[in-house]
Design a protein around this ligand. Structure first.
Ligand code: UT7
Length: 317
């Protein structure tokens, strides 16, 4: 027993920030960002909290699945930019929804959503849950140095959610981590302990872009074929590849190395940028609402990011 997906939802802040707007206060250009990253615009919170995004995405998923909050047995949320260290974003969403089940956050950076699906599959396998809500929600705009053109042009805010029910739609998975903070690091706030004298890095995203890029392409090329084989499928059986939306050139580089037709690799990075743990459920919900995903379709999901971490799985819709 694993799970099947009963409903999906997403939510983004209303404020659109274009590349041209960024170039009014940063030494950058629409041409550079569009061609090197693939982002044309992103959503940025002005008054919305990460909890607001998580809640609205969850409501949309619950509505599609015809599930009431009180029917939920567990809420998980993948995030690295929740509003508070405590309460967790999952607990905030639980309270706003009026649900009564346990709730907790998962941090595996941009790989968080797939790590969370794998965790969810374990709860179903042990028979502990019948319905779960999983949410990827990020307010990355809060953890960016808006003077650093290497990072702030890439990211965006948003949330995606799924309601999971009992079933056998989760076919295979791979989780990977290569620990260390030399490539991506997002320190917490400096704090005020009078006893500690070594905290210097600002609490923003610090990233070696080229090292991350290489790790990401390698991860996609290794992880996706492995989970397809573990699911007992051929690469040509995959209906859609849903990659984490970090850079369109990462997706382009990886898809050239696989035996999956290129038009099956999906993307919406042009409109949202990199929304970290939210990017996969946000993309899936858009496709689902457009009617692009049909019962029986095989989806290969893959992600990579801070940790360093990577993850992939195959889902039958
Ligand atoms: O989700 C978490 C995982 N994150 C990722 O997967 C990110 C992976 N990495 C990337 O997407 C890319 O490495 C970046 C988008 C971060 C950077 O692209 P790049 O093609 O690797 O650029 P680069 O760092 O090699 O920089 C090339 C040039 C540099 O100028 P010089 O030294 O050649 O004169 C940069 O200073 O581009 C410059 N540059 C910019 N120029 C205009 C860097 N950022 C910008 C910018 N606008 N925003």
């Amino acid at each position: 027993m694993s799970f099947r997906i009963l409903g999906t939802g997403h939510s983004v802040p209303s404020r659109i920030v274009t590349n041209d707007e960024l170039s009014t206060f940063l030494d950058t250009s629409d041409e550079w960002i569009s061609s090197r990253v693939g982002v044309r615009e992103r959503r940025v919170c002005t008054t919305e909290t990460a909890a607001d995004l998580a809640y609205q995405a969850a409501l949309n998923a619950l509505e599609m699945s015809g599930t009431k909050p009180e029917e939920l047995d567990m809420i998980l949320c993948a995030t690295i930019s929740g509003d508070d260290a405590s309460p967790s974003l999952a607990c905030m969403a639980q309270g706003m929804l009026g649900a009564t089940c346990p709730a907790m956050d998962i941090n595996a950076a941009c790989s968080g959503f797939i790590y969370m699906l794998d965790t969810a599959a374990g709860f179903f396998a042990r028979g502990k849950v019948k319905k779960m809500l999983v949410i990827g929600a990020e307010r990355t705009s809060r953890i960016l140095d808006w003077n650093d053109r290497n990072t702030c042009v890439i990211f965006g805010d948003g949330a995606g959610a799924m309601v999971l029910g009992e079933g056998d739609g989760y076919l295979s998975s791979k989780l990977f981590a290569k620990g260390g903070d030399s490539v991506i690091k997002i320190p917490l706030f400096v704090g005020m302990s009078p006893f500690y004298d070594n905290e210097t890095l600002e609490p923003y995203v610090h990233m070696n872009g080229q090292e991350t890029f290489k790790f990401a392409v390698n991860a996609m090329c290794q992880d996706v074929p492995e989970v397809i084989e573990e699911a007992g499928l051929q690469q040509s059986d995959i209906t859609w590849v849903i990659p984490h939306q970090a850079n369109i050139r990462i997706i382009d580089a990886a898809k050239r190395k696989m035996d999956i037709p290129q038009e099956r690799f999906c993307s919406n990075i042009d409109r949202y940028g990199n929304t970290s743990a939210a990017s996969i459920p946000l993309l899936i919900d858009e496709m689902n609402r457009e009617g692009k995903i049909k019962e029986g379709d095989y989806l290969a999901l893959c992600s990579f990011g801070g940790g360093l971490s990577s993850a992939a799985c195959v889902i039958r819709w």
